[in-house]
Design a protein around this ligand. Structure first.
Ligand code: ADP
Length: 334
């Protein structure tokens, strides 16, 4: 199978959607999550019931939306998509829930950012398939109970710890997505290249894989940037040299750190002497939202041993100083 010409040349969102695996079997990596989820879905199918609510956590781009779509697909159920920030009132959620049919899958991305009253409404909807719609204000307000057909909620969050306990407890299945290994990203890149019609040499693919921050979305994005480079500045073939030159142009370094990652480490080492420094202060120093630094840059930097979280704040490890070509303060070396 390959993409239609419109898909292959479409805008980035169209391409991203077209590259998504459609079934659990097509999902690369995340073996445990795939096995566990497969069992949950198979059991639900045999019972003819909607599967338990599913919570997916992990950094952006690791496949949470993809898995939500696959859950709906494997259950042959319609999928409705929304996100926490879009639900600012309980009424927003009531409107969505009251329009659902039995077995529908509701995907709520960034579920930790939902408004509080909506969150409380969601508890009851998840547990009893019922909500109380409040009509009117003040002493005259009345709550009208509304039954909701059994549905499956798939919630996504960057960190499960951001959810209040009562909400977390109402998910029957929780999966944490881990960063991908280079050989898994390599498979994803080859699969995407096949779909996009990109001619890719093995070491070109490996180079992109090793610089993709353990993240499929980034692997696919870098593949497209390298393809641009190959088509414009070379003969269209993604070789090792083409991949290296393109990635350098896009400021992705040998370890996959991008501008934000390096900016965070740079601020940490040069401006704060390696820390400890609070995440908010660090975010201001790099001119980014706190959430972006905490949920996008930090998990990768921590996992790769460049940054550590301590009770007093973030600190740079010797590896961070070294990566920036700086000499760590004597205390760190000893
Ligand atoms: P999230 O919702 O966690 O931010 P997505 O589900 O949108 O991430 O995934 C981003 C992109 O990465 C998708 O377009 C998809 O093509 C690709 N992708 C994610 N996970 C996988 C996987 N396990 N195998 C293959 N491709 C994947």
């Amino acid at each position: 199978a390959s993409l239609t010409a419109a898909e292959a040349d479409g805008d980035e969102r169209t391409i991203e959607a077209a590259l998504r695996p459609r079934t659990l079997d097509e999902v690369v990596g995340q073996v445990r999550v795939r096995d566990q989820l497969g069992l949950v879905l198979e059991a639900a199918r045999r019972r003819g019931r909607a599967p338990d609510h599913v919570l997916l956590s992990g950094p952006p781009g690791l496949g949470k939306t993809t898995l939500a779509m696959i859950i709906a697909g494997e259950m042959s159920s319609p999928l409705r998509l929304t996100s926490g920030p879009a639900i600012t009132h309980a009424g927003d959620l009531a409107a969505i829930l009251s329009g659902m049919n039995e077995g529908d899958v509701l995907f709520v991305d960034e579920i930790h950012r939902m408004a509080r009253p909506a969150e409380e409404m969601l508890y009851m909807a998840m547990e009893d398939f019922r909500v109380d719609v409040v009509i009117g204000k003040g002493p005259g307000a009345t709550a009208i109970p509304l039954d909701i057909p059994p549905f499956t909620l798939v919630g996504a969050t960057t960190r499960a710890g951001l959810l209040p306990g009562p909400l977390r407890d109402r998910f029957g299945f929780t999966a944490h997505l881990e960063f991908y290994e280079p050989h898994e990203l390599d498979l994803i890149i080859h699969r995407s290249a096949g779909l996009l019609g990109v001619v890719l040499e093995a070491d070109g693919a490996a180079e992109i894989a090793s610089r993709s921050r353990g993240t499929p979305r980034i692997a696919n994005r870098l593949l497209r940037r390298v393809r641009d480079y190959a088509q414009v500045r070379a003969d269209g073939v993604v070789t090792l040299d083409v991949a290296r030159a393109a990635l350098e142009l896009y400021e992705v370094d040998e370890l996959g750190l991008d501008r934000l990652d390096r900016g965070v480490l740079d601020a940490l080492c040069r401006r704060f002497g390696g820390g400890p420094v609070g995440i908010s202060t660090l975010a201001v120093a790099v001119g980014e939202e706190r959430e972006t630094v905490e949920e996008v840059a930090e998990p990768f930097l921590v996992r790769n041993g460049f940054l550590a979280r301590t009770p007093r704040g973030r600190i740079a490890t010797p590896a961070a100083w070294q990566h920036l070509g700086l000499t760590p303060p004597p205390a760190l070396v000893a």
